[in-house]
Design a protein around this ligand. Structure first.
Ligand code: FE2
Ligand code: FE2
Length: 277
């Protein structure tokens, strides 16, 4: 079994500064601690972009400091809130493709993890898979050393029916969509950007969105105002077996969060013990 951690939208600001009234550094630290405690056997932790809120060098330095505590190796992807030159300055060892985009692939036995760079430098908010990035992806697909693949990216490449995000999804997605529709090895696509827990199947390809570490966004099917919420930070656990893919959505849990424990009994009814008076 292959275990992958999917984290997204950390929105880290320099020196622990607040973002929409929340502390993204403390929230990410709690996620790293939870992963270290419960899932240190994962092969990789993929963070699908909006690593920082404003892309400053100092924000990437803060991110590097927090992630240095992770026992699971991390692979970092860019989102619309990121800045590619500043990211590469602070993370010079993160792999890039020959065009300089933060794209790479990792083969774990017969499963290939493909990490895409959808940052559009010219249009804030939007995502982009330009001709060069698609060319690199097609070359990855031509290598048949792995028979199954998972794609990780920041932007959803198709509409998820939420108007505020349809305005900042992958711009001009059709060349990219044609490429992935034609590729039979894809088991799953995992992305972020929405700050929502969303999953489904697109043209036969299952997908999941991790809601992220920082602020949550209120689900609305109407255009207009974006409403931000405080909810617990999240991460997803993706397991790949011979049978397929499982995605569990979870959050850091402390002993103080547990209100009761049920212990098994011979009569099958269980014995409930409350943790609070
Ligand atoms: Fe985000
Ligand atoms: Fe985003």
């Amino acid at each position: 079994m292959l275990k992958i951690i999917h984290v997204s939208d950390t929105h880290v600001a320099p020196f622990g500064q607040a973002v929409v009234g929340l502390n993204p550094c403390a929230r990410l630290s709690s996620v790293v601690s939870s992963i270290n405690r419960h899932h240190s056997d994962a092969a990789v932790c993929v963070i699908t972009g909006d690593l920082t809120d404003r892309g400053e060098v100092a924000a990437y330095e803060t991110l590097a400091e927090i992630l240095s505590e992770s026992r699971v190796p991390c692979r970092l992807l860019l989102g619309n809130h990121d800045n590619r030159p500043n990211f590469r300055r602070v993370f010079p060892n993160e792999p890039v493709d020959r065009f300089g985009f933060v794209q790479s692939a990792m083969d774990l036995d017969d499963v290939r993890l493909i990490f895409l760079d959808t940052l559009d430098d010219d249009h804030p908010g939007w995502g982009r898979m330009c001709a060069e990035r698609i060319q690199w992806l097609e070359e990855v697909f031509k290598d048949k050393a792995a028979s199954r693949s998972l794609i990780f990216m920041h932007h959803p490449p198709f509409s998820v029916g939420v108007p505020i995000f349809d305005d900042i999804m992958l711009n001009e997605p059709h060349p990219f969509l044609s490429t992935i529709k034609a590729e039979k090895s894809i088991l799953h696509i995992a992305f972020g950007h929405l700050h929502l827990t969303t999953s489904g199947i697109w043209h036969g390809i299952p997908f999941s969105c991790n809601r992220g570490v920082s602020h949550r966004i209120a689900l609305s099917f109407k255009p207009g105002v974006t409403e931000f919420m405080e909810s617990e930070p999240t991460y997803d656990i993706i397991t790949v077996t011979e049978a397929g893919v499982l995605v569990h959505h979870t959050s850091p849990v402390t002993d103080g969060d547990i209100i009761a424990r049920e212990y098994p009994t011979d009569d099958g009814m269980g014995r409930l013990e409350f943790t609070r008076p």
